[in-house]
Design a protein around this ligand. Structure first.
Ligand code: ADP
Length: 495
């Protein structure tokens, strides 16, 4: 038996997952690490913690699996995207903490760029709508604010990397300085059409090209694991950002396939094949992966509040005692009794983009009870997801054939069924829910011939349950119309 190990370096924990050649998860281990909040709105990680927790997770998972490291054919890496690290090429020492994707310290700089009219140019080149999430303004911040950093960067003494790059540089004996196309496409410095670092954007953001990693395919050997770690050299041969890895792990290999991760927020990615679809509805265009020299793209959209609305029911409203309980409570009533809940706690994302929207409940009557509100909240997760999916359809004109679901809230069968009903599309939950890790494993395994082809990978992926739409077209249209009326009432509430 041959094995692949996926390293899944996330925002709050570093995990390692051992996968066998049949695609089964043999063992997994996760290690949490510290979140650093130096000021309101700022988020950092200590790069040493990222690296050490990841190495511990790798060793522990291999030990739990009880396998001989010589039977590991390859290692795949997937990572929290956009988090930015700059370190010294000679000593390996980071010049400051990692600036985490969530960090808002560069929001002002982004506002300035937008006010100068840079949005359209940036979107044309990178597929992204300028935001402090992406690496560009974070790199610029480090070069401006860390004493000596700019001069050292210009002298070629510093290296930049997203988390995949930083890990691989530290884990490979040859100190490979690489990133894959999916991670590069989240820097706001990479031209997703020419598939090159964009010189004009580098100039705009005052970033010297010398610090940038080489951009490689998502599947292919980039270096060998330092034998000091597991006693043997193992090829590192797959890389993808977490959301793109989940799309690959869900085997969304055909144009029009969508995956949604129902976590705290909801993340939707639609495979658009070899076409980079430009969005007119506030979605992002991103590189899904490049395998065998062939680039495929995705449209990406997110729902700000998904599982977080269920947490709100539990922690603030005390209507349920656990997230899982929401399912039976919702099913205890036939419908919401006309109640609609819009969880616009932090404003509304795609396709509304209204940061002044706030949470709203409409349609209350004397007969409204706890179960109606719980049910309306779960339905709201599905409605918001449907809105993003509709935006994807409008942008791409691609007929959506199926949606594959994962993440914590995908365990909720009521939510999954309602999602299928309101989309009029099958919603499928996979047997293996570790989709992010599976994506990295699949990319690495394809590089080493553990799996011959994508078709073979697709045959390894299995559905655990498929939810078939059951609403009539009338019913679907009527519920969506009421939802949209509710959204209008939530919009532009805050000053
Ligand atoms: P993240 O990776 O964002 O932390 P997870 O994928 O672990 O998220 O999912 C956790 C979220 O899913 C929480 O917001 C929780 O409220 C929600 N959740 C978990 N189980 C259920 C359930 N059975 N029904 C509805 N929501 C759930």
């Amino acid at each position: 038996m041959k094995y692949i190990v996926a390293l899944d370096q996330g925002t709050t924990s570093s995990r390692a997952v051992v996968v066998d050649e049949r695609g089964g998860v043999v063992a997994a281990h996760g290690e949490e690490f510290e979140q650093i909040y130096p000021q309101p709105g700022w988020v950092e990680h200590d790069p040493k913690d990222i690296l050490s927790s990841q190495v511990r997770a790798l060793k522990a998972a291999v030990e739990k699996a009880g396998i001989d490291p010589r039977d590991i054919a390859g290692i795949g890496v997937t990572n929290q995207r956009e988090t930015t690290i700059i370190w010294d090429k000679k000593t390996g020492k980071p010049v400051c903490n990692a600036i985490v994707w969530q960090c808002r310290r560069t929001a002002g700089e982004i506002e300035r760029l937008k006010a100068e009219g840079a949005t359209e140019n940036i979107q044309k080149r990178t597929g992204l709508i300028p935001d402090a999430y992406f690496c560009a303004s974070k790199i610029q911040w480090i070069l401006r604010n860390v004493p000596g950093a700019r001069a050292a960067a210009q002298a070629g003494e510093l290296l930049f990397g997203t988390v995949d790059t930083f890990l691989i540089w530290n884990l490979t004996k040859e100190r490979a300085h690489v990133t894959d196309v999916s991670n590069a496409s989240r820097t706001m410095l990479y031209n997703i059409h020419t598939m090159q670092w964009d010189e004009e954007l580098l100039r705009l953001m005052e970033i010297p090209a010398a610090i940038l990693p080489k951009v490689v395919d998502s599947s292919g050997v980039v270096g060998m694991l330092d034998p000091a770690i597991l006693g043997v050299e193992i090829p590192i041969c797959g890389i993808a950002g977490d959301q793109q890895a989940a799309l690959f792990g869900q085997a969304c290999f055909e144009k029009g396939m969508v995956k949604t991760t129902y976590g705290t927020g909801g993340f939707l990615l639609m495979q658009t094949g070899e076409e980079a679809v430009e969005s007119k509805n506030g979605l992002l265009t991103t590189v899904a992966w490049r395998v065998g020299g062939k680039t495929e793209y995705a449209l990406e959209g997110s729902v700000f509040v998904a599982g977080a609305a269920v947490q709100w029911l539990r922690d603030e409203m005390k209507l349920i005692s656990s997230a899982a309980e929401s399912e039976q409570v919702a099913l205890s009533v036939e419908d919401t009794g006309g109640v609609y809940m819009v969880p616009a706690f932090t404003g509304l994302g795609a396709p509304y983009w209204d940061m002044y929207g706030r949470g709203t409940v409409v349609g209350l009557t004397r007969g409204t009870g706890r179960a109606h509100l719980v049910r309306a909240t779960l339905e709201a997760i599905a409605f918001q997801t449907a809105d993003v999916m509709e935006a994807m359809h409008k942008d791409s004109r691609i007929a959506i054939t199926q949606m594959r679901a994962d993440g914590g809230a995908s365990a909720n069968a009521f939510l999954m069924q309602f999602q299928a009903d309101i989309l009029g599309v099958n919603v499928v939950r996979p047997a293996v829910t570790e989709t992010t890790a599976m994506g990295a494993a699949f990319l690495a395994g394809l590089a080493m011939g553990v799996w011959e082809s994508r078709e073979q990978v697709a045959s390894i992926w299995h559905a655990q349950k498929s939810f078939e739409p059951s609403f009539s077209e009338d019913m679907r249209a009527q519920k969506l119309a009421s939802w949209h009326r509710a959204v209008l009432r939530a919009m532009r509430w805050a000053d």
